[in-house]
Design a binder for this molecule. Structure first.
Ligand SMILES: Nc1ncnc2c1ncn2[C@@H]1O[C@H](COP(=O)(O)OP(=O)(O)OP(=O)(O)O)[C@@H](O)[C@H]1O
Ligand SMILES: [Mg+2]
Length: 407
């Protein structure tokens, strides 16, 4: 209910977490009744009566709720808390910091942030500069079918499964995944696989299951599994015994993707090292479509540079020229270039005693100094492209390496 008071909202959350708690539910019903929401009060009283059929308080409340008018009744002489609360709402800090309540009623295991559901509204695909290839492929492989249920029906099962973004570090995989969620108007549940594994050692299967359960409740929802390789990489490195189970749990959840329960749940994953991802996860119907996210192209670099320079004191910056001088740099590298240029201008100002703005020569010098952080990645990708391109899985990568004369 949009106009529920914060207290009613909190109680609703608490009741959802402890559905069998009759006094708690009656407390909620009482408040709903006071707020004039007698229908909602009836519904809560009914559930309470299911749990405790003989409960006198529940019966009494039910009777009152059934007979009450569906209007807020300002009680004579009573202090209007609601109005008072609204009046001081923005001067008085909230009394409690809202903690996410886990819907299964279990105690919070600590940092529950790993699967906070975000509502979309932030980034859209239009905010992703350039990368037209990636956008087109996302549109065809993911967005169009999701937006259009008819199309989904037409293609039936061939559209189930999820999408894996891969590529060198710092080139926008996470950023693009967020944009996809924004585009769909879907909730976005971002999960770092490393967190799933590390935070609650021994609990990772349950965590994995709960992530998907949360997503099913929030549908339409995009589940974004970042650092997917953590599952495979750790398994081979430490022979972690629980890892197999975690992978299996993920497989189970993914295989449920086209069942009715998973309607509206979409899976995106990202990794720098797709060759470390368990091959079972890449089978048809699972994370079977891949999109390569390469270092930003010209328009993307322009967007990124513009963003990082937006609050800095600059003068006469020729973005076109800078874009040309930064070919091959990742998003993270570009951020570093802007940082380094600012530092240069600052040191200069300190030395000469006259303040000067950041100019082209600072930026170009910084761009010349930075070593593309994607180079080690391309070195290992090259081997994979040459020796392990089974089934043409890495054809995009091969094409890029050839074009860049790295193969
Ligand atoms: N095409 C783009 N348009 C605008 N900004 C971009 C673009 N690509 C990357 N960026 C910027 O670069 C930053 C780094 O990208 P991001 O964190 O998504 O990379 P990543 O591929 O997920 O890296 P990692 O592999 O390290 O997780 C983002 O925060 C974003 O601001
Ligand atoms: Mg990332």
């Amino acid at each position: 209910m949009p106009d529920d008071s914060p207290l009613i909202q909190s109680l609703r959350t608490a009741v959802a977490a402890a559905p069998a708690d009759v006094p708690l539910r009656l407390h909620l019903a009482e408040l709903l009744l006071d707020a004039g929401q007698s229908d909602a009060a009836v519904a809560e009283a009914a559930v309470a009566l299911q749990h405790a059929p003989g409960d006198a308080q529940a019966r009494d409340l039910m009777a009152r709720a059934m007979g009450a008018p569906q209007q807020p009744v300002p009680r004579q002489g009573a202090f209007d808390w609601q109005a008072a609360q609204e009046q001081v709402g923005d001067v008085v800090p909230p009394r409690f910091v809202e903690a996410p309540v886990r819907a299964d009623g279990q105690d919070d295991p600590g940092d529950a942030e790993a699967w906070d559901v975000e509502t979309p509204g932030g980034v859209r695909l239009a905010d992703v500069g350039g990368m037209q290839d990636v956008k087109d492929r996302l549109e065809a492989a993911f967005l169009a079918p999701l937006r259009n249920p008819e199309l989904r029906k037409l293609y039936g099962k061939s559209l189930r499964g999820g999408l894996l973004l891969y590529g060198p570090p710092g080139c926008g995989k996470t950023f693009i995944a967020r944009a996809v969620a924004g585009e769909l108007g879907a909730a976005f549940l971002s999960v770092s696989v490393n967190d799933v594994l590390d935070m609650w050692i021994g609990n990772s299967e349950r965590n994995m299951h709960e992530i998907f359960e949360t997503a099913r409740r929030q549908a339409p929802c995009v589940v974004f599994l970042d650092e997917l390789d953590a599952l495979g990489a750790k398994r081979s490195r430490t022979a972690h015994s629980g890892m197999r189970n975690t992978v299996n749990q993920l497989l189970t959840e993914l295989d449920g993707i086209d069942s009715a329960a998973n309607e509206g749940v979409f899976v995106l994953a990202a990794t720098n090292v797709p060759w470390d991802v368990d091959i079972a996860l890449r089978r048809p119907g699972r994370l079977d479509r891949t999109i390569l996210v390469l270092p930003p192209d010209g328009p993307a670099r322009e967007a990124i540079l513009r963003y990082h320079l937006r609050d800095r004191p600059i003068e006469n910056v020729d973005l076109g020229k800078l874009v040309k001088a930064t070919d091959g740099l990742s998003g993270a590298d570009l951020a570093h270039v802007c940082e380094a240029a600012a530092e240069r201008a600052l040191l200069d100002s300190a030395r000469t005693g006259t303040v000067r703005l950041i100019g082209m020569k600072d930026l170009l010098a910084a761009a010349k100094d930075v070593v593309p952080s994607t180079e080690p990645w391309f070195a290992s990708a090259r081997n994979v492209a040459m020796f392990a391109n089974q089934g043409g899985m890495y054809d995009d990568l091969v094409a890029y390496l050839k074009k860049r004369r790295k193969l």
